[in-house]
Design a protein around this ligand. Sequence first.
Ligand SMILES: Nc1ncnc2c1ncn2[C@@H]1O[C@H](COP(=O)(O)OP(=O)(O)O)[C@@H](O)[C@H]1O
Ligand SMILES: [Mg+2]
Length: 413
Amino acid sequence: MFQKIRDRLLLSSLTVFTIVLAGFAIVVRVVFVSSLSEQVIDKLIVLGQGVTVDAELEAGKLDIDEYWQDKDLDARKGGLQWFDIKGNLLQQQGKYTLNLPLNPNKTVQRQIDREKQIQAVTLSIFDHETQQKIGYIRVSQSLEDFDETIQKLDLGLGAGVVFALILSGIGGLWLNRQSMQPIEESFERLRQFTADASHELRNPLMAIKSSAEVALKYPEGMRNIDAEKFTAISSATNQMAHLTEDLLLLARMDKVADTKLKTINLSIIISNLIQLYKSQAAAKGIDLQVEIQNNLLLLGDAKKLSRAFGNIIQNAIYYTHEGGKVEVKANRVDSYYQVTVEDTGVAIAPENLERIFERFWRSDKARSYESGCSGLGLAISQAIMNNHGGSITVSSELGIGSCFTIRLPTYLE
Ligand SMILES: Nc1ncnc2c1ncn2[C@@H]1O[C@H](COP(=O)(O)OP(=O)(O)O)[C@@H](O)[C@H]1O
Ligand SMILES: [Mg+2]
């Protein structure tokens, strides 16, 4: 039980960590990439302004400053393109230039060229004396180095996130253990208390029960009214004895999984239970239908499984009106056995479906302890099934009835 809680805690903390770390990594990447590309653009603008600072018109033509050599531009993985005022390409330098037409309105342009990204900045050229616009220059640069840096960043962030997740997983395990320990200890104390109390109550209850029975055995001289009181005492002690036995059983099952597992035949266990409850069903005019596959063998505790299935079949008969129908089916489905107990009874309201397996929970509290309705039956059945690696689920529809489905692993074969 605690292992499940621990697993769930670890899983949820890891999910939260993953979301936080992924969010952090995304923000870091976005900020880094945008500031790096701003730097690249700034560099291009500075370069463009540098080469056009002395620009002028000579005989109506743009005088191109050959300040940069091609080889220097190639080493920088850059390029320069000069355009006249109408956007005609006049000259270009370097390998890393764009093949796109000039777009003076778009200052920053990107192009994937020869499988590499090239980024360009277009600037207007002004005559250094008249300050009149005389053309455009497009300064470009390969984004190879930029991409490399981003790749390194991605790698670093990815490795960082994985490392942080591993560390938080280990830390989470340790924290879980630290925080669950006191809860487990107090649960264990409570379990031990229930077991001890039920155990200690047994003897005095037996003493009261046998005294009442002895008194009833020799009723000579006893007033009728006293005999009735003794009968009531005897029946109440019987119920209390059952209740303490049930509590003891539950407390013991909370601690260890069953160790006395033997190869047993589920088909026989259920058939025997049907024989046992047949008359009870007949007395209520309930049509008890049975369909059990032969030789459903499994490893388990026959007595406990009989108790678990008995509770469910008994409930089906008890909570079904006279003249209703109860259907019990048992068969193998893939690697587990499936037993269904379906009735046309009072059904369970949807909001109570989760609660019926709680200890002492009963939909009708007034009916309380009559005919052994303590509200522990399904809690015991569920604990037994869990101890056998199985499960109980229930579906119910008001006005139609309920269906309990039990699944047990076969283990054998
Ligand atoms: N087949 C059923 N049909 C309708 N209600 C059911 C059925 N089985 C169980 N319940 C509901 O679940 C409650 C808990 O069942 P259980 O643990 O066996 O306790 P109880 O001792 O009351 O039978 C019952 O009080 C009843 O309200
Ligand atoms: Mg019951």
